[in-house]
Design a protein around this ligand. Sequence first.
Ligand code: SF4
Length: 335
Amino acid sequence: MNNTPKYIVDGFGRVHDYLRISLTERCNLRCFYCMPEEGIELRDKSEFMTSEEVLFIAKKYVELGVKKIRLTGGEPLIKKNAEELIRELGKLPVELSITTNAILVNQFIDVFKEAGIKAINVSLDSLKTDKIDDISRRNYGDRILSNINLLIDNGFKVKVNAVVMKGVNDNEIIDFIEWTKDKAITVRFIEFMPFGGNKWSWDKKITQQQMLDKVYNFYPKANVVDIESKPNDTAVNFHIKGYKGSFGIISTLTNPFCKTCNRIRLTADGKIKNCLFSNDETNLLSSLRKGDDIVPLMISSIQNKKKERAGITSFNDVESEGIFLKNRSMTTIGG
Ligand code: SF4
């Protein structure tokens, strides 16, 4: 009798049916809040999942009820044979999507369409080319902005993720919202979070409330319309009356949304992180290469998940520091 469960459920009854796969730790940008200044340790490629291993593990997760797969990185589109892998993943019975910095998307429009990708998240922290280049320590600002337009013109549902940092881009919140006036785009403002090497500190963040204060100081309250959240939504969403697009706020620091968490993260080196902040990782890749059955590990890694933020009670107290300061850098997690 086959006792394999149909779904992966944690100790709090949360069904985990959304898999985020990091295809690579490498990136063609050097955003200071994601990639440590000194870069990341370049490891032998044998330590990372091959495309065949990504596909194998993804298929196993689909058998365990995964309904949505998001490809992340580093920058997923720089992975060798990314085109072929995306096409193969597109054949799985899941909603396939991707988070990218958009530098290379002009070369992938047809691949995305063939793979059935309809929704694309783009990481972008400013609308000013010089500031984009400052934050990312590369000069692709113009290309990223024009490629976002290319994605919209090709009918993709585009969400732009902007990490809001005090004194860096918190003065652009209204500019981003005004960008949604004539553009059917969703901008999500993300509270700046601590990850390995990103020099985070509590005083560098802008909270959800501070962002909303800026919104209500600029727009008449009646013009700011709440958008009802869907079950596993990470953002609280709004739109300005008459505007084509919308905006949202993802506030893990000050308003965690862990109650409905359905996310599983597979890192590029084949480890399962059952939470963005968890340091307890399960090594699927080494078991797979030993020829072991990885399903029990896939299930147990989620059963051991903590209720909220890997046990971090607050990002503003020393106790929790021991957890979040030990975490990987964002580029080696995949967001
Ligand atoms: S912090 Fe962890 S538990 Fe909470 S929503 Fe994010 S991944 Fe899920």
